[in-house]
Design a protein around this ligand. Structure first.
Ligand SMILES: *Cc1c(COP(=O)(O)O)cnc(C)c1O
Length: 404
């Protein structure tokens, strides 16, 4: 938690620094970028774009609220940062996490909306989870026993969610056992069932069958006088193409980041989503290489003619997709340049025979500025899945802007 606080303070301080930098006119060097980030990559986050995306998604689901899935460090963008922004969104009714410590970290950083923990929890963290009003998922007999013991140890009412496996086969109570187990949960005095959920698969006919299984369970429980609270089923993919999946709330992850599920990457331009983050890194080295010279351990890139090569201090160890060397581009100034090599900590960009680029200039590797560098554009150029693309390491510093 100490670390999270530090991260938060860092972000806050950078926010202040950016406020000072903001009055500088466009085209001038943004002072704080050079002052704060001489040699490391970073992520920039647009508050207005995240709020826009949340509102748009709710609109797409006919006004239903969102349970924003910010697992895996918000897919690498920064869970505390994105949660802090979405905490202010009228379209977001809650935040869903997979890791217990990260759910607590959101609270420690001031997030106040309801938080659902969809994954397991360590017994050592259980009191903290209860004190922070984090809804615990019951996804098996074993978790039920664990939560029941917890209910005996506290005066506080514990909010629980019934997580049902209707066919994804990964998490949840097998649907055939869900009614029976939920009845047991409802009988424990200190437990309050506030939500019931499941996750849909992508084939539509099977998703429809999953919805039928889910509805049968919740209706049957209702007939027995057991309310299952807010019901939600839809990750981004179902949300986009199956209105039956919307239920009481929708549960998007990737869409919030303005990105689309694998099979729907090409649909990006049809929806009014914004890319709410940028991945940036400064040029730390510029050298003119001669024909025949090579770059990288494997001598992956062979220089064909006299060519300026820029080195950026970002590599696959930072979460930058190593596939970038197979066709990705980065924006430097107002031009796109090809990425020609990616190692663990560095990436190289070819600038051609003559270039206006200087050491210290900042490259945008991912961002909304050009179609080639959006997550979808990047994924298309390198023939990779956009989910894998935005998977940055927690160590990248973050800066929050009001808008891009
Ligand atoms: C990851 C996840 C989501 C969100 O999925 P996206 O495809 O990113 O929208 C929703 N529900 C559950 C249970 C998840 O694990």
């Amino acid at each position: 938690m100490k670390k999270d606080r530090r991260k938060f303070i860092n972000t806050a301080l950078m926010g202040v620094a950016m406020m000072y930098a903001a009055p500088l006119s466009a085209g001038r060097k943004v002072k704080s970028e050079n002052d704060l980030q001489k040699s490391k990559p970073w992520i920039e986050i647009s508050r207005s774009a995240y709020l826009h995306n949340a509102a748009q998604i709710s609109k797409m689901a006919d006004g239903r609220p969102l349970l924003a899935v910010l697992k895996n460090n918000a897919y690498g963008i920064g869970d505390v940062e994105v949660a802090t922004i979405l905490d202010q969104s009228a379209a977001v009714s809650g935040i869903a996490m997979v890791r217990d410590d990260r759910a607590i970290a959101l609270r420690s950083n001031g997030v106040s909306k309801p938080i659902l923990l969809m994954g397991d929890f360590d017994v050592e963290l259980s009191q903290a989870l209860i004190q922070h009003d984090i809804t615990l998922s019951i996804y098996s007999n074993a978790t039920f026993e664990k939560v029941k013991r917890l209910a005996k140890s506290t005066e506080k009412k514990i909010s629980v969610a019934i997580y049902i496996d209707t066919g994804l086969g990964r998490m949840g109570i097998p649907y055939q056992e869900a009614i029976q187990l939920t009845k047991k949960v409802a009988a424990v005095p200190n437990l309050s069932i506030t939500q019931a959920f499941s996750t849909l698969t992508t084939p539509q006919d099977f998703a429809q069958e999953q919805i039928r299984r889910f509805k049968h369970i919740t209706l049957e429980l209702g007939r027995n006088g057991i309310s299952t609270g807010i019901k939600h089923l839809a990750p981004s993919s179902s949300l986009l193409d199956l209105s039956d999946s919307w239920q009481d709330a929708v549960r998007p992850g990737i869409l919030l980041h303005g990105s689309f599920p694998l099979a729907k990457m090409e649909a990006a331009s049809k929806y009014p989503m914004q890319i709410p983050f940028k991945l940036k890194a400064p040029v730390i080295r510029l050298e003119k290489l001669k024909p025949g010279q090579t770059i990288g351990f494997s001598r992956f890139y062979k220089v064909q003619k006299n060519e300026w090569i820029a080195t950026l201090p970002i590599g696959w160890a930072d979460g930058y997709d190593s596939g970038a060397e197979n066709g990705a581009k980065v924006l430097l100034g107002d031009r796109l340049y090809p990425v020609v090599n990616v190692n663990a900590s560095h990436a190289n960009v070819s600038l051609g025979e003559n270039t206006p680029v200087k050491v210290g200039d900042v490259a945008t590797l991912i961002g909304p500025e050009r179609p080639e560098i959006t997550p979808e554009g990047f994924g298309t150029l390198v023939k990779r899945h956009n989910y894998l693309q935005i998977n940055y390491r927690e160590s990248l510093s973050k800066k929050i802007y009001e808008t891009f």
